[in-house]
Write a protein that binds this ligand. Structure first.
Ligand SMILES: Cc1ncc(COP(=O)(O)O)c(C=O)c1O
Length: 385
């Protein structure tokens, strides 16, 4: 019979949600005291904050000087859909999906925009073979599958001289993974992921080729005001210096600035990636050699360093969904891991966020609790039998 004594150590911070994710270490609301609340976002003080957020995003992510960075409405979804509605239709499209969010973009393009796109899907835990993709088409894909725990390992197979645009949803990758800017024409993310920011605001990054498309092509369908990036055939440059389309939350902007400045103190992108990789390694080390738990990612080369998805592989488990749910419930009840259940459309299991705001010591402290909760659930199964 497995040892059912609860581990002595607990994670100091049990927040392992994959979005909104843990705030930066030591976060307190006092850190937002400099937010220009009750002021217009179009006043000099508001515009300066928005511009600073754009400038620091560029600095930390290493975005090339000739790429535009805009803060847009409706979080990552807003940023992606703005790109799809504004750019697609000019040439053939290839849609790649390996989990729920990517599938959502397929629905947008095929069912809403009604484009005759080539759709390539991979099962949860795998990614589409990028070598089979035609980059002379516009290609839409998710860099890191937040709900499946797999990521694109690098952009090597994307040709530098492609004719199509690459449109990349990088919401759970930005600030935790190297993004090859020369291979990406549109990159989107939201603040609530790797930097532990707040929901509601999206970031849209455009390459010069994406801007060229915007200025030379008018989609056949109407665009609502919050999607419009051009006026009279010209890019609305103001969006990319902080003149947002509509009103942003200056509290959320301040919070993003605080997180960006924290990122600077830990070594910028390198430091952020190192923290995330170390967190994921704590899980990889723990599951190595265990026959009852495994990473959902089939190939370690594509295993995510942010949204680590785990599955239970013990043959005694009959109802996988109920089992995994009960384990997650136990972890939550014990106060050691909040929101650690797999995404609702994903295979049953656990999902442990390992982005840069999470401490490696907390991930390590959680691991014995997973074993404890697993053993407790197995014991409950045996008793019920
Ligand atoms: C890969 C991916 N795309 C899109 C989204 C939607 O993001 P948002 O809620 O910021 O619009 C998420 C959220 O988890 C995500 O993980």
């Amino acid at each position: 019979m497995a040892d059912l004594i609860a581990p002595a150590q607990r994670p100091a911070n049990p927040r392992f949600s994959s979005g909104p994710c843990a705030k930066i270490p030591g976060f307190s609301l006092d850190m937002l005291a400099d937010a220009p609340l009750g002021r217009s976002h179009r006043a000099a003080v508001g515009k300066a904050k928005l511009k600073e957020a754009i400038d620091l995003t560029r600095e930390i992510l290493g975005v090339p000087a000739d790429y535009r960075i805009g803060i847009v409405p409706a979080s990552d979804t807003g940023a992606v859909e703005m790109a799809l509605w504004s750019l697609l239709g000019a040439r053939p499209v290839e849609m790649l999906a390996w989990e729920s969010f990517g599938e959502g973009w397929v629905t947008d393009v095929v069912k809403q925009l009604k484009l005759d796109a080539t759709v390539k899907k991979a099962a949860y835990g795998e990614i589409v073979d990028l070598a089979t993709v035609d980059f002379d088409k516009d290609v839409v894909f998710t860099w890191n599958g937040t709900t499946s725990g797999v990521r694109v390992p690098n952009g090597d197979v994307i040709p530098a001289n492609r004719a199509g645009l690459t449109i990349c949803d990088a919401t759970s990758a930005a600030f935790a993974m190297d993004l090859p800017w020369d291979k990406l024409d549109v990159v989107t993310f939201s603040w609530q992921k790797v930097l532990g920011g707040e929901g509601g605001h999206g970031v849209l990054i455009l390459s010069p080729r994406a801007v060229e498309r915007l200025e030379s092509y008018t989609p056949a369908w109407p665009l609502p005001k919050i999607f419009r990036l051009t006026s009279k055939g010209k890019l609305i440059e103001g969006i990319f210096v902080g003149e947002t389309i509509n009103t942003p939350s200056m509290l959320c902007v301040e919070d993003y600035l605080v997180a960006l400045k924290w990122a600077q103190t830990i070594g910028g992108l390198k430091g952020l990636i190192a923290r995330s990789e170390a967190n994921a390694k704590a899980i990889a080390d723990f599951i190595a050699g265990k026959d009852w738990i495994a990473n959902l990612a089939a190939d370690p080369a594509t295993a995510s360093c942010t949204s680590v998805c785990l599955k239970f592989t013990d043959p005694r488990i009959v109802d996988g969904a109920a089992f995994a749910k009960n384990v997650a419930k136990r972890l939550e009840k014990a106060g050691v891991a909040l929101d650690a259940g797999a995404y609702r459309d994903a295979p049953p299991g656990l999902r442990i966020w390992c982005g840069a705001t999470v401490e490696q010591a907390d991930v390590a402290a959680l691991m014995p609790w997973i074993e404890y909760a697993f053993n407790a659930e197995i014991a409950a199964l045996t008793e019920a039998a």
